[in-house]
Ligand binder design. Structure first.
Ligand SMILES: Cc1ncc(COP(=O)(O)O)c(C=O)c1O
Length: 435
């Protein structure tokens, strides 16, 4: 059943294909805080990205970075369309398998993990993307992966915030260009026959030229592997980092142009270095999921002493990006979509931290506690997957509005019982009584 009949002139909220009125109805039915995801937008994002690259190069793989949103319903939707997977932990591997991904399509790409996790990936036959020479050496003592990739830190990073700049000397990730040949030499000496290459150096980048520039760098490194070690990588993964606009007025990434420039660089340098036709892999998280989802929170209190604070039941425990990075998320009062924006306020959550804010100094209509619902836009990437139960707060439910307009619960709200499910109290009580 579709949510309800649209009234004339009613506009969709963001890219969701769902109106403000429909979101209010979902908040009433499922409660808040609530993540609402549009299946249509998710599929559109995937097709747009894949087609943009597929137009220029015929061996392109989109590996979805599960960390952005690890709900298996989202993973399944993308896997059904042909997406491969990038998993950074054993649990993310399990999410992918639960969602029906083939293990041949999952790359395990961890950092600073114990050897046991690498052994598990080896036993499963996954492609492993090593973050360091040490990781590879540790695993080589017990077994040899069929296909080995190393993460290159080529020193050139571009992030929206210092915390999301993933390359350069201050980044904990990868192997610098000066040591990368050594890594592949060791793998070759250990008898590895199949290779891939990987890098991930940018985050939320909106300039197409950037992607071509980093592609050029990894291809130069691939050229050195060929000339110095006679290694030809089967795949070259240029990472994610494809950005989405968060602020009103920001120009979206021209993905057609990015794909064209990247493919041109990729083909030109593959030919120059005699690499044949390696698979071109892109590894997006944010681009696929960010704008598919809004986070709904009910106004819990409006406090106006020296400054005005609008409290909602969705704070840093549910969406940590503003508190962690100072990230901007647009906020829309879906109960009053057409009301004039007359008040300036910080939108804050229920957590006992002064960093617990969703937005600072934004304009809103007059809102009332217990009545109004705010939608936090672009909440699909690094929202639920970075959420916590801090202060004993329960994680929200997640609903997907399917392409035929039907809302489907894809994760129920946590309960107190969930929070207690890992706790062992018996021994404490018994010992205390005995002592
Ligand atoms: C290895 C790796 N791949 C892909 C991604 C996805 O990045 P984005 O969401 O910016 O596309 C990340 C994000 O941190 C990452 O660490």
């Amino acid at each position: 059943m579709p949510l309800r009949q649209k009234r004339r002139g009613e506009r969709n909220v963001g890219e969701l294909g769902v109106t403000a009125g429909e979101l209010v109805k979902l908040a009433e039915s499922y409660g808040t805080p609530l993540f609402v995801t549009s299946e249509k937008r998710l599929l559109d994002n995937y097709s747009r990205l894949r087609d943009a690259f597929g137009k220029h190069y015929d061996d392109v793989v989109v590996r979805y970075a599960i960390k952005a949103n690890s709900n298996p319903a989202i993973i399944k939707t993308l896997a059904n369309r042909g997406a491969w997977m990038d998993a950074s932990s054993p649990a993310e591997v399990e999410f992918a398998l639960a969602a029906g991904s083939d293990k041949k399509r999952i790359m395990f790409s961890p950092n600073y993990v114990p050897r046991a996790e690498l052994e598990q990936a080896l036993d499963m036959g996954l492609v492993i993307n090593f973050d360091s020479i040490g990781q590879f050496s540790a695993l080589a003592k017990v077994g040899r992966p069929q296909c080995v990739s190393f993460r290159l830190n080529h020193g050139f990073g571009k992030g929206e915030f210092p915390g999301t700049t993933l390359s350069g000397p201050d980044s904990k990730f990868g192997i610098p260009d000066s040591r990368i040949v050594e890594a592949y030499r060791l793998a070759k000496e250990e008898g590895v026959k199949r290779f891939g290459m990987h890098m991930m150096c940018g985050s939320n980048v909106l300039e197409p030229e950037y992607f071509a520039a980093i592609t050029s760098r990894i291809l130069d490194t691939a050229g050195r592997l060929k000339s110095e070690l006679d290694i030809v990588p089967e795949f070259i993964d240029i990472g994610g980092g494809f950005g989405v606009p968060y602020r009103p007025g920001e120009v979206p990434l021209d993905i057609e142009k990015a794909a064209q420039l990247v493919s041109r660089e990729f083909m030109e340098k593959s030919a120059r270095y005699g690499l044949g036709k390696p698979q071109l892999v892109i590894e997006p998280g944010r681009y696929l999921v960010a704008d598919t989802t809004v986070l709904l929170g009910t106004v819990t209190e409006v406090k106006s002493y020296e400054k005005r604070f609008v409290g909602i039941d969705a704070g840093m425990n549910v969406l940590i990006r503003p508190a962690l990075y100072g990230a901007y998320h647009q906020v829309v009062a879906v109960t009053k979509p057409d009301a004039p924006l007359t008040i300036k306020a910080d939108v804050v959550g229920e957590i006992c931290e002064n960093t617990d804010a969703i937005a600072r100094g934004i304009m809103l209509p007059e809102v009332t506690a217990g009545e109004d619902v705010l939608a936090v836009m672009n909440a699909g990437a690094y929202g639920y997957s970075m959420s916590s139960s801090y202060n004993g707060r329960l994680r929200p439910a997640e609903v997907m509005v399917t392409t035929n307009g039907k809302p489907v619960l894809i994760r129920r709200r946590e309960t107190f019982r969930d929070l207690m499910s890992t706790v062992v109290l018996e021994d404490i009580g018994t010992r205390a009584k005995r002592e």
